[in-house]
Design a protein around this ligand. Structure first.
Ligand code: SF4
Length: 81
């Protein structure tokens, strides 16, 4: 990687990754320290919830059961024809 591209990681703008980032494909190692290619502050990304750009972790899908009234559903379906 060219010096210009890596300079932004070593000039202090980018914070090193945190433990939760472990395994993410967006990690880049520059001069022995690992940074995130996408976020300046990985710690902030994980502070409230999980990082939405993490390639190694996905939020669990919450299945919501939607009750469908069969009568209304069939009416809707017939209207679309
Ligand atoms: S994308 Fe998110 S999980 Fe991956 S390294 Fe960056 S901050 Fe960490």
């Amino acid at each position: 990687m060219q010096a210009i591209e890596t300079a932004k990681y070593t000039d202090g703008t980018f914070q090193p990754i945190i433990e939760k980032c472990e395994g993410c494909e967006r990690i880049i190692e520059v001069e022995g320290t690992r940074f995130c290619k996408t976020y300046i502050s990985p710690e902030a990304k994980w502070r409230h919830d999980m990082c939405n750009f993490a390639t190694h972790a996905k939020p669990e899908l919450k299945l919501v059961k939607v009750r469908v009234n069969p009568l209304k559903a069939s009416k809707r379906a017939s209207r679309r024809k």
